[in-house]
Design a binder for this molecule. Structure first.
Ligand SMILES: *Cc1c(COP(=O)(O)O)cnc(C)c1O
Length: 459
């Protein structure tokens, strides 16, 4: 499989180079040049298979890997999940389901992609006889998923920068309690933007970047989108595909998770609607309503993993909507950085509306949804999932509606307790999280101090 940039001015790459590169050299995002097709017979044949079997069937054509090796990597990636079905469906009404994506080691859907990327990186470095240094900044979920995925892997050293005192206690402990010496939680005396600026500065120091073989694992990595497409296939098949269509509502921030749904749809999975659900940081909902994509300030909410204004993976959807015209996409992205927004052409808006619908939930609506679903079904939703269920309920139609349950409620105990009156417990396998010893290094908000720390650790 070959991959091209959404801005059309970067080299065409194979799977492994695409995953190791992350971002394309022209600033664009990598997408496949063609798509494999899952025909009705193939979909019917996936019914009743294990999650790992479905993953192998879906992902194999996108990689240049041998089937046995990819199968082993998938087994290893999902072995640490706390549920045999990996992504189980739970019914909450006659025509509504939750797809629980929080049974991975850090209790958010990010584990599905990050655990797989860990395997891809380890495999590539083993064959190349090389070492890789991963540096990432996190406001919570991505960093803990990365540390969990890379802990104990050979040939990979992982440094995660977190803003001191600004992540939740559960999130911090998930990053500071792994004991493997190749993973490092680093508290920066600054906020999330400072952490991100330090990572960017390290990437721009080419000598340093080459010396330590630096890589990023942010949400635009193609392997993340690919790994996330698998649970759309497994759940659609379980609910009656290929004979019956299914719709999905996706709590959305960076647009990676919902774009994975479009990937499954374009491969032949009968998906009727893909509904974008946003909290009050509703740039994507406004875009769908008006055709204008304009940044506003970010407002903090009880669903913090969706508090963003630049939705990176939306560029992949635009590339499709503009008939794969890289120049048009490059121009829009230039306008976004120079003018804070852009207008989408009528033709492209038509293409986007064929695939996506949208809705948003206020803070009060989110809390009310947690409360009412708990009262009606006994299910406890995390605030992100509650945003999804609120919007899903407004978009019910002929087909079953599945909302992606993106995190475990115990990851956001304060918001859940405020809505329901009771504090959600961590799953038994991590009930001792608060007793485990923590290991964290604190650095000032200074590039030199950080580079020294990394080099002293490595050499
Ligand atoms: C990352 C995240 C989201 C948003 O997913 P995107 O792929 O960025 O759209 C939603 N909910 C939770 C819990 C997350 O961690």
């Amino acid at each position: 499989m070959k991959y091209q940039s959404t801005r059309g001015r970067a080299p065409i790459l194979g799977f492994e180079e695409t995953v190791l590169a992350g971002l394309a050299r022209d600033g664009g995002l990598y997408v496949p040049t063609e798509l494999p097709h899952l025909d009705a017979g193939t979909l019917a044949d996936l019914r009743g298979r294990s999650y790992e079997d479905v993953a192998l069937r879906v992902m194999l054509p996108f990689t240049d890997l041998d089937e046995t090796r990819l199968g082993d990597m998938i087994e290893a990636a999902y072995a640490g999940f706390g549920h045999a079905a990996r992504a189980p469906l739970v019914q909450i009404d006659a025509d509504q389901w939750l797809l629980e994506l929080f049974h991975g080691p850090t209790l958010a859907f990010k584990d599905f992609a990050m655990q797989f990327i860990g395997q891809v990186f380890q495999d590539a470095m083993k064959r190349r006889g090389d070492r890789l240094t991963i540096v990432g900044a996190t406001s919570g979920d991505t960093g803990s998923a990365a540390i969990e995925a890379f802990r104990g892997l050979d040939n990979v050293e992982c440094f995660i920068l977190l803003p001191e005192g600004r992540v939740s206690e559960v999130q911090r402990r998930q990053m500071t309690t792994p004991t493997e010496p190749n993973v490092h939680a680093i508290a920066v005396d600054g906020d999330f933007d400072d952490c991100q600026a330090l990572v960017k500065a390290m990437f721009n120091d080419h000598a340093f970047r080459d010396r330590v073989n630096l890589t990023a694992v942010n949400s635009i990595n193609w392997a993340r989108v690919l790994a996330q497409s698998v649970y759309y296939v497994s759940s659609a098949v379980a609910l009656g595909a290929p004979e019956r269509s299914v719709s999905y509502t996706v709590p959305t921030g960076n647009f990676g998770d919902i774009f994975a749904g479009d990937l499954a749809r374009r491969m032949g999975v009968p998906i009727d609607r893909l509904v974008i659900a946003t909290n009050r940081n509703d740039i994507l909902h406004r875009t769908m309503e008006t055709g204008e994509h304009r940044k506003e300030g970010v407002a903090p909410t009880i669903s913090p993993s969706m508090d963003i204004q630049v939705s990176s993976n939306f560029e992949r959807a635009l590339f499709r909507a503009y008939d794969e015209d890289g120049n048009a996409v490059a121009q829009l992205m230039e306008e976004l950085s120079s003018e804070g927004g852009f207008s989408i052409s009528q033709g492209a808006m038509g293409a986007l509306r064929e695939v996506y619908r949208s809705g948003c939930a206020s803070e009060e609506e989110t809390a009310a949804t947690i409360r009412s679903i708990y009262a009606r079904t006994g299910e406890v939703l995390c605030p992100h999932t509650a945003v999804g269920v609120k919007v899903a309920t407004e978009h019910r139609g002929e087909t079953p509606m599945v909302t992606l349950a993106t995190a475990h409620p115990a990851k956001f105990p304060d918001a859940v307790e405020a809505a329901t009156g009771s504090r959600p417990a961590l799953p038994p396998r991590m009930a001792d999280l608060f007793e485990r010893p923590e290991r964290i290094t604190t650095v000032p908000n200074a590039l030199d101090a950080l580079k020294t720390l990394i080099e002293e650790t490595l050499f």
